[in-house]
Write a protein that binds this ligand. Structure first.
Ligand code: NAP
Length: 302
């Protein structure tokens, strides 16, 4: 549990990835602060565990919508359900994410990092635009600083930022192909896309008081870490976990951006924990931003 958040009574917060790690802490903290929290979960048993973790308040203030966020149809259906149930949304935390050690493709033929770590966030932000605008919402994208350095072991050489080259790309299914697939780079590219699309969406949404920011939460001892530890270091995994931030510590960054009065009106930024930081130059490039939005819009228009 994180330190006091201001009163969120009557506020609606959509938090993805609330059945695990940091998302569970974020959802519980927001419910405790009075918010009505909505999440999308693919596993009913994990949803029940979230309800148990939140306690009695979950009965009236947690709404779990069933869905797999790597699937376009589920993102669309979840968004339609949310739009039907809630007139306005005050917080959207796109936190669901995963790292896949092998090349996998979603039900829609999209590489899984792009499908889950990028398209779910883009999809919910755009499909929920009306209630987000009505709620003058804060949209918070949980990214990863791997986008600034894709080296898994950072002892040798210089930081190697993630790349995003959309020239000649006609469909998001062409990104992160099997040929030359490097899991960490694929994950970082998807996070870079989330940040890039956030920058591109922020100015238009700002007209209605909606802010869009992204963050790196730190290196946090959650399940995702087990997939990120290089094979060489697997035997010392428990030791590594103990040296990392706890989920409660990691959750602070997203919760702060979503609720801190000092963050009001701040938009189009990227934070490494509490500190504002920058992302690779391509993420600020207007041509890349607009091409990314166009390709993503086409994906959801199918
Ligand atoms: N931990 C770190 O060091 C670190 C660092 C940088 C960024 N991040 C980012 O932080 C975010 C939260 O991750 P975490 O560390 O808390 O990891 P986590 O414990 O593995 O939690 C991931 C959450 O995403 C959900 N999720 C995964 N695939 C899904 C799908 N197809 N549909 C719906 N939900 C799905 C999981 O649901 P299930 O319960 O069904 O698995 C779980 O609730 C992620 O975006 C991650 O990339 C983490």
């Amino acid at each position: 549990m994180n330190a006091a958040i201001l009163d969120l009574t009557r506020k609606v917060a959509v938090v993805t990835g609330a059945t695990g790690g940091m998302g569970q802490v974020i959802a519980a903290d927001l419910v405790r602060a009075g918010a009505h929290v909505v999440t999308v979960a693919r596993d009913p048993a994990r949803a029940d565990a979230l309800r148990a973790h939140i306690g009695p308040q979950a009965a009236s203030r947690l709404d779990v919508i069933s869905g797999d966020l790597s699937r376009r149809a589920d993102v669309v259906t979840a968004a339609e359900t949310i739009v039907d149930r809630y007139d306005r949304i005050h917080i959207l935390i796109n936190n669901a994410g995963a790292h896949f050690s092998e090349h996998r493709v979603s039900a829609d033929g999209i590489e899984m990092h792009i499908a889950l770590d990028y398209l779910a966030a883009y999809g919910l932000t755009t499909l929920l635009a009306v209630p987000l605008r009505r709620g003058r919402a804060r949209v918070v994208n949980v990214a990863s600083d791997t986008l600034n350095d894709t080296r898994q072991v950072k002892l040798i050489g210089k930081p190697r930022p993630a790349t995003l080259d959309l020239a000649g790309i006609d469909d998001l299914a062409e990104l992160n192909p099997v040929a030359g697939f490097a899991p960490f780079e694929a994950y970082a590219r998807a996070k870079l896309m989330t940040v890039t699309a956030g920058y591109a969406l922020a100015p238009d949404l700002a007209a209605d008081g909606v802010t869009v920011n992204a963050l790196h939460p730190g290196i946090v001892a959650t399940d995702i870490i087990d997939t990120l530890v290089p094979p060489l270091l697997r035997p010392v995994r428990p030791l590594i976990r103990r040296s990392l931030l706890t989920p409660t510590e990691g959750a602070k960054s997203a919760t702060r951006i979503a609720t801190d009065p000092a963050m009001a009106g701040i938009t189009g930024r990227y934070f490494v924990r509490e500190t504002e930081s920058s992302t690779p130059p391509v993420s600020y490039d207007p041509t890349t931003q607009q091409r990314l939005l166009a390709l993503s819009q086409t994906h959801f228009a199918r």
